[in-house]
Each structure stands twice: as C-alpha cells, then as structure tokens.
Design a protein around this ligand. Structure first.
Ligand code: ARG
Length: 480
C-alpha cells in the first residue's frame, strides 16, 4: 500500500478549532444524537468506495471494522467525545483514525460534511417519524376504545363554547381520532418524500472520482438518490415538513388538552378529578390540578416555535450549503422530544380518565339543544327552513329556554304529535340519522372505518420499523 499522504494524519484533521470561536462554531452538543446515523452512512459510503475500486479490499475491511468499533464505543458510552472537534462527523473520523491509523483518512474520500449531514438528517427523520407515529397509533387506539365505550353517552356539542346540539362523548372522542389520523398521514408522507439519499453530492458539485451514489442509497434503504447535487446538500424540506407535521399534531393535542382542563373544572364537571390528571397544590389543600393536560398544551408552544425557527433559518439562504444550516437540528430534536412526551402523557391520561356520565347527561338534557331539532321537524312537514328558524327562535325567547310541549304546539301547530318527541332530550342522539353524525348507525360505521384505518397504520409502521432496524443492523454487524 502506498504511503498515506500527510494531510490524512490526525493532527491535520481540518476542523480542529480552539479559542473562543470553538464553542461558537461547535454543534457537537446537538449533533451527537445523530452519531448512529453518521456511522451507518459512513459504512455505506466505504462499501461503495470499495465497490468502485477507490479502496482496496483490505482497506475497505479495515475501515468497516474501525467504524463498527467506533459504533460500539458510542453505544456503550465509552466514546471519548472531544468538544474541540466541532461536530459529530469530525469526532467520529478522528476517533477512527486513532483506532486504525492513517487509513482512517480515506473515509472522507469523495464526501463532504455537507452531503454527510444531509444524509444523517434523513436517516434520523425516519426513526423520528417511526417513534412519533408508534406513539400516535397508541393514542388513537385509546381514543377508539374510549370512544366505543361512550358511543351512547349523550353530551352537549359546542360551537363558540356554547351548548349547541346533542352529540355523544364517543363521537367527540372520535373527532380527535380523525385529527390524529391526518397527522399520521402527514408524517408517513413526509417520510416518503424525504426517502432520497443525498450522499454523493459532495460539498455541492459531486466528485471527479468514479463514485456510485445509487449504491449507498440502496444499502441505507432509500428508494432513490438525489437528482441535483446543489439541491441535495441544501434541501431541508424534510425537516421543515416534519416540523410542520409535529406542530399541527401538537396543536391538535393541545386542543384536546384544553378540553380536558375545561371538562375537569367544577363548572363543567364532565371528568372526575382523579390522580392521573395531575397533582395537588402546594398551598391549597383542596386543589387537584389538571397539570398533565396543561403541560400537553404548554409543550405544544415550543413545537410551533421550532417550525418558525427553522423556516426563519432557511429563508433567504443562497444555494447550496450555508453554515446557517447547522442551526436546523436543535429545533427538530426539541420538537420530536416534546411531541413524543406529550403524546405519551395524553395516552395514559385518556386511558385512565373517568368520565362522569351523569354530569354529561344532565348537561345534554338542556332543552335549548332541541331547538334545531324542532326547526328540522317543521322542515320535515314542509315549512321553509328560514321560517322554521324564526318560529323556533320566537318560541324559545318567549319561554326563556324551558319550552313545554303544549307551548311548542301552540306556536308551531305544524309539529302535531312530534312536538313532545322532539323536545325530549333523551331521544336527541337517536334522531341524528345523517352520515358522519353522532347517531347510532352512523357512529357504528364511523367506528368500523376508524378501526380499519388503524389496522392499515400498523402496516406502514412496520415497514418503517424494518428500515430503521436495517440501519441498526448495518452498524452493529460483527466482523467485517
Ligand atoms: N455541523 C455542520 C452542520 O450541521 C456540518 C456540515 C459542516 N459543513 C461545512 N462546510 N462546514 O451543518
């Protein structure tokens, strides 16, 4: 083997910054968490260099064994992290050279940290989507189970937070299910759109060496490689999309958190104030606060902030790589952590929540909520809706909300014998026959469709899981 050129020696690893600038330039504290993906990417890169003849077989073997040793050190916590070496990529390369000698200097052949970090981020995104999606599926399972239990529990449905029409608690819980179902859609399609390997784009313009970018793409489970090297090193759409998905998911969770807070108040009284909702007050002995739901709401804020933070970093950046891009990881890591935490918290809260069916039924018995049903009763007998609306408004105004059947009949004679049935709140749920509504038949169909959706989710989840495991295996494989 030819004598290695001097620039591959450890002392010459270029990104070795000292002094006050070092801390400013360093991203190690954040990008350390990408280490396993960095090793996987390097393994696939070295294999490709071997295949393309840029490395001799024994060099390939030496580099792969060295990378796997570094991987083991990272996994078991013995890796000697050196903060003065700017980032995770430089730390790993330096350690590799320490372990296997000057051969380590061949690792970076035809590669830049620019395509390297873009690759690491896409591999990370895959695991992050899997981690969030798995938790979200668990939350959906709980919503579905609780929704099924409460399909015949009447409660007031609200608009403007005013009692509006009767729904069921099950229908209400399933409304949250469908929101989260769209969040899952978004997460999976974000993972699909970012299923492109940027490795081989180099710093920005590919390489003069005969590299084969399709090889590491396939090895790492990507369905294709980049089409344009400038785009490949600068594209942060995957992170921007992921942050939007997480922000909207957190907004959805926060809305549910807010309802839990409201429903646990004495004013609503729909939720028993059990221990799983939160803790007591350190000052007021009688208090039991809904802290868990409040923090679900609270932790959503920084996730929205993370989206804004990344978009602001990206805005106005010229092609291709700019160092500003180093700031892209912290918001994503924060958002992924917050969302996994808050989804887990919401899941266990809902699994153990005790709804007060009697309180819900009392609230649902408010006669005002039959007003629309009365108007629709008139419409069924041929009265134009606008006139029906006006007549029922008058009826409720004159009887201050507590309408008796005889009053209704006097004002709305067209109702005939329907008057007392329509005014009976206990039949309100059964009357709702339209598709997608809270009535029993529509609800049963909704439940079965939700269950089918959830079944499909576990398939997408396991195909993503297989890709994630493929990366772990690549790093952990013994020998070679
Ligand atoms: N730490 C850098 C980042 O996260 C890695 C890429 C550095 N590239 C460079 N040309 N300085 O973006």
């Amino acid at each position: 083997m030819a004598r290695p050129p001097p620039e591959v020696r450890l002392a010459a690893v270029p990104v070795h910054v000292r002094g006050p600038a070092a801390r400013f330039l360093s991203s190690l504290s954040v990008d350390r968490s990408l280490a396993v993906y960095d090793i996987a990417g390097s393994i696939a890169h070295v294999e490709m260099l071997g295949e393309s003849g840029l490395l001799a077989p024994e060099e390939t073997a030496g580099l792969l064994a060295g990378l796997r040793s570094v991987g083991r050190e990272i996994a078991d916590g013995t890796f000697p992290w050196r903060p003065e070496l700017e980032d995770v990529h430089t730390n790993i390369e330096s350690r590799l050279t320490e372990l296997i000698g000057d051969l380590g200097g061949k690792l970076h052949t035809a590669r830049s940290r620019n395509d390297q970090v873009a690759l690491d981020e896409r591999l990370y995104l895959r695991s992050a989507v899997r981690a969030v999606a798995a938790r979200l599926v668990a939350l959906e399972e709980v919503l579905l189970a609780r929704g099924e239990e409460e399909g015949a529990t009447p409660m007031p449905g609200y608009t403007h937070l005013q009692r509006a029409q009767t729904v069921s608690l099950g229908h209400h819980l399933l409304a949250h299910f469908w929101r989260f179902d769209r969040d899952l859609d978004r997460l999976f399609s974000t993972a699909e759109r970012s299923d492109i390997s940027p490795l081989g784009a180099g710093a920005l313009a590919g390489s003069t060496l005969p590299i084969l970018p399709d090889r590491p793409a396939r090895r790492l489970g990507f369905s294709r490689r980049f089409e344009n090297s400038l785009d490949a090193v600068s594209d942060r759409d995957p992170f921007a999309e992921l942050l939007f998905d997480l922000a909207l998911l957190a907004v959805h969770a926060s809305g549910l958190g807010e309802e839990i807070v409201l429903f646990a108040t004495k004013e609503f009284g729909f939720l028993e104030r059990t221990e799983s909702l939160g803790s007591g007050s350190s000052l007021m002995p009688q208090k039991r606060n809904p802290d868990v739901a409040e923090l679900v709401r609270g932790k959503a804020g920084p996730v929205v902030g993370a989206l804004v933070s990344l978009l602001t970093t990206l805005k106005g950046l010229p092609l291709a790589y700019d160092r500003d891009l180093q700031e892209d990881k912290a918001p994503v890591l924060l958002a992924v952590r917050n969302v996994t935490d808050l989804v887990e918290a919401l899941t266990s809260l809902l699994a153990s929540a005790r709804f007060d069916r009697a309180a819900l039924a009392r609230a649902a018995a408010d006669p005002e909520m039959t007003a629309t049903d009365l108007a629709e009763g008139l419409v069924a007998r041929g009265v134009p809706f606008r006139s029906a609306h006006e007549a029922v408004t008058g009826l409720f105004r004159e009887s201050a909300g507590a309408v008796r059947p005889d009053q209704a009949l006097r004002r709305l004679p067209e109702l005939g014998e329907d008057a007392s049935r329509l005014l009976d709140p206990s039949t309100a749920l059964g009357r709702r026959v339209s598709a997608g509504g809270p009535g029993p038949k529509a609800f049963a169909l909704q439940l079965s469709r939700a269950r089918t959706r959830l079944g499909l989710r576990s398939q997408s989840l396991s195909s993503l899981a297989r890709k994630v495991e493929q990366i772990e295996e690549l790093v952990n494989k013994e020998g070679t």
